[in-house]
Design a protein around this ligand. Sequence first.
Ligand SMILES: CC(C)(COP(=O)(O)OP(=O)(O)OC[C@H]1O[C@@H](n2cnc3c(N)ncnc32)[C@H](O)[C@@H]1OP(=O)(O)O)[C@@H](O)C(=O)NCCC(=O)NCCS
Length: 400
Amino acid sequence: MVQGLYRELKIRSYDGEKDRARVEELERGCEIVGPADRVFLYTDTLGDPICRIRNSPSFYMLVAESGNELVGVIQGSIKLVTMARPRGNLGLARVGYILGLRVSPHHRRQGIGSRLVRSLERWFVSNHVEFAYMATDKENKASIKLFVDSLGYVKFRTPTILVNPVSPNRALHLPSHVEIKKLGTKEAELLYRKFMSSAEFFPNDIDNILENRLSLGTWVAYYKGEAWEDIRYEGVSTGSEYWQGPRDWAMVSVWNSAEVFKLRVQGRAPLSCLIYAKSCRLMDRFFPCFKIPAIPDFADPFGFYFMYGVHCEGKSSAQLVRTLCQFVRNMARKSKDCKLVVTEIGARDEVRLHIPHWKLLSSPEDFWCIKAFNNEEPSSLHEIAMSPPTRALFVDPREV
Ligand SMILES: CC(C)(COP(=O)(O)OP(=O)(O)OC[C@H]1O[C@@H](n2cnc3c(N)ncnc32)[C@H](O)[C@@H]1OP(=O)(O)O)[C@@H](O)C(=O)NCCC(=O)NCCS
């Protein structure tokens, strides 16, 4: 550790006017790093480094400065979510999410990353956060060692990221016996609260997500001949919704991440969706075999649609999930910069089996780890972390 640097390091709140350009420069500097045989995706925050947390109910960004040099950055957001509580109960917990931790390559292994995380944790604690969590690629040894070995986080979940390219030349054919309907935001919210509120990390402010300008809508699919009855809220007296839906149905909501940031093949993406160079080189040769008419051109910055809340009911709903995914890919074709459709699904959630994805991308796995603050006994945290991930996991589109 370089003691001099450590002493003069200043950690303070991000100031848009003063720091914007320097944070973007730091982002760019961090991206090129990576094993030589891989290609990373890298992020362009379109002049707004705080864009990834701006849509959260409460957020904070810190920078680390050494003299006049900006050497590190971290972001965090706070929300109320469903979580497994000790002794198998389910309840609401106030959680802090850590993201966008970057330390300039020239200043690593000097304790800056740890200090940034600890400063953010103090903000969490002062805002009554019970648990902090973060997600990283399972190959990111530096990040995992920092959080798990050094800062006391424990491994929690390992959801899978599924990526599909948008077919630029022709629309995918949707089966004629499937009906697709767009829901209003209120109806979508009721559906979410009825069917998904027990999913791990389901956000209590789902209405804010659905009403956000980046949320393009929620669609349901069901077989023709069945009826989709609008869901009704029965009111405070019963406190429940009334709904008799079709026997088989599926739903998906879409978030337009392309509006917030763009990716470029070469660096590291917030989703950690890494494209292996080997796969990239093979693309041209292999894709004709998969009957994909053309591979999108990834040379220019591009965006993606993120599918969240993918859910299905009924024994024959697999085809409905697939149809909705195709529907979203067709929708993405019409957007200028959108070249991928991405989703992230809990490791044991069976819906992932029905989601078409790009096999060559070898489905990167996310590594989620978690830490409890004072109000939880370490043993309870252990119990929560060890609880089997049987429930669906809600991946918040604001955090991709
Ligand atoms: C991950 C990252 C933020 C670490 O920052 P840092 O300032 O170097 O971390 P620290 O100096 O505080 O490291 C603390 C401890 O973490 C572990 N650690 C950090 N980097 C490591 C590495 N490259 N290899 C192994 N262990 C590492 C070590 O245990 C280290 O303690 P030590 O130096 O006494 O052995 C930095 O490498 C980085 O910016 N990486 C690129 C972006 C990224 O991956 N961000 C995380 C995504 S959430």
